[in-house]
Write a protein that binds this ligand. Structure first.
Ligand code: SF4
Ligand code: SF4
Length: 121
């Protein structure tokens, strides 16, 4: 299965990285690079879906492989398995890849941090 990221020039899943809180993603699960550095840094923030606030809550990470200047992954061909496993499309869906991608990037979130300050993203 292929991701539409390059075709769509979209890096929404990388900036920032968003992991469903239901996955209980521990810091020990963060992939390491060849220098044995964790490639993701957990941020003091969760994002809550505006349209599905009861079910979609995301932990937020910065990825050190994401280049904010080019707005691309610095090592896309060697990205970790966890990146292969995150995508915006379901190949079994009746919706087109284009429509699934469009709906994904249209989703809005509220941001909450430990100060309990909410803002819309
Ligand atoms: S929303 Fe889709 S196209 Fe964009 S970065 Fe995520 S998987 Fe790639
Ligand atoms: S390693 Fe690359 S594809 Fe994976 S989250 Fe980081 S920037 Fe995105």
């Amino acid at each position: 299965m292929s991701h539409p990221c390059l075709e769509k020039n979209c890096w929404r899943c990388c900036d920032p990285v968003k992991i469903d809180k239901k996955r209980w993603f521990a810091d020990s699960d963060i992939p390491l690079n060849e220098k044995w550095e964790k490639i993701r840094i957990r941020k003091d923030e969760i994002r809550v879906s505006e349209s599905h606030p009861d079910t979609v809550k995301l932990d937020i990470f910065e990825c050190i492989n994401y280049d904010k200047q080019t707005k691309m992954c610095k090592d896309y061909d060697n990205r970790p398995v966890i990146c292969y496993n995150s995508w915006c499309i379901d190949h079994d869906s009746k919706q087109s890849i284009h429509d699934q991608h469009r709906l994904t990037i249209a989703e809005n979130f509220f941001i909450i941090n430990h100060n309990q300050k909410w803002k819309k993203f």
